[in-house]
Design a protein. Structure first.
Length: 230
């Protein structure tokens, strides 16, 4: 029998403090799973100030995602260019649309709603540019599944609190680490904790020069490797 993961130290105190500090800010995420997928792909390794206007411009140019496949691809690249990685992202988006249309005979991810978490995650991961974190963001925000996407902020804060340990010397989050971390978080807390850790990581618990004096959970923080984490 699989051993039940130990609940992180002071979990409920920390989760509730973050909730009262940040509430339920969903960070512009989308209810439509296909729209959410492309929103997340635009945001990967990109500052919010860049990807938000780029995504808005893409939606204005292509009110229907099917319109992208009627274009030559160069126009999409031009729209995505201000956020960087435009050629790669355009290729990923077009590739996703083609696979989804071929699989479901329409451009929609709604058929995934009837599948299990594992089945949804596997389908999404098989799409161009989609990793486990991206897949779980789509599942959390658009399919209402109790998953815990581990982005750089969740990972950094978890390390500093001592909730999770990396399985490698570089402190980079691996696929195994993502699963281990998710298993530690009670399912009913996964949504709010993810969004509030994201808010906290952006505002306070930054990679470099974290604002520990302004942190609502600083009395619980073990500040593990705080000067080494990126």
């Amino acid at each position: 029998m699989r051993k039940k993961p130990t609940l992180p130290h002071n979990f409920y105190d920390i989760a509730n403090l973050l909730y009262h500090e940040y509430g339920k800010n969903t960070h512009h995420n989308k209810r439509n799973p296909l729209t959410e997928l492309f929103f997340i792909l635009c945001s990967v390794r990109t500052d919010e100030r860049l990807y938000l206007p780029v995504f808005k411009a893409m939606r204005k140019e292509y009110p229907s995602w099917n319109d992208i496949l009627l274009d030559d691809g160069k126009n999409l690249e031009n729209i995505l260019r201000p956020a960087g990685l435009s050629k790669l992202r355009a290729s990923q988006i077009i590739g996703c649309l083609k696979i989804i249309r071929q699989k479901f005979s329409k451009i929609s991810l709604s058929p995934l709603k009837k599948l299990s978490n594992d089945e949804i995650e596997q389908f999404l991961i098989d799409l161009p540019g989609v990793n486990k974190k991206v897949a779980r963001c789509v599942m959390l925000y658009s399919f209402d599944r109790n998953v815990f996407p581990v982005d750089i902020h969740c990972w950094r804060i978890g390390l500093r609190l001592g909730w999770i340990k990396s399985t490698n010397k570089t402190n980079i989050c691996t696929l195994r680490d993502m699963d281990r971390y998710q298993d530690k978080i009670p399912s009913e807390y996964r949504f709010t904790l993810h969004i509030n850790m994201l808010s906290h990581g952006r505002a306070i618990c930054k990679s470099r020069k974290p604002l520990c004096g302004n942190c609502v959970i600083n009395k619980y923080c073990r500040r593990i490797n705080i000067s080494r984490q990126q």
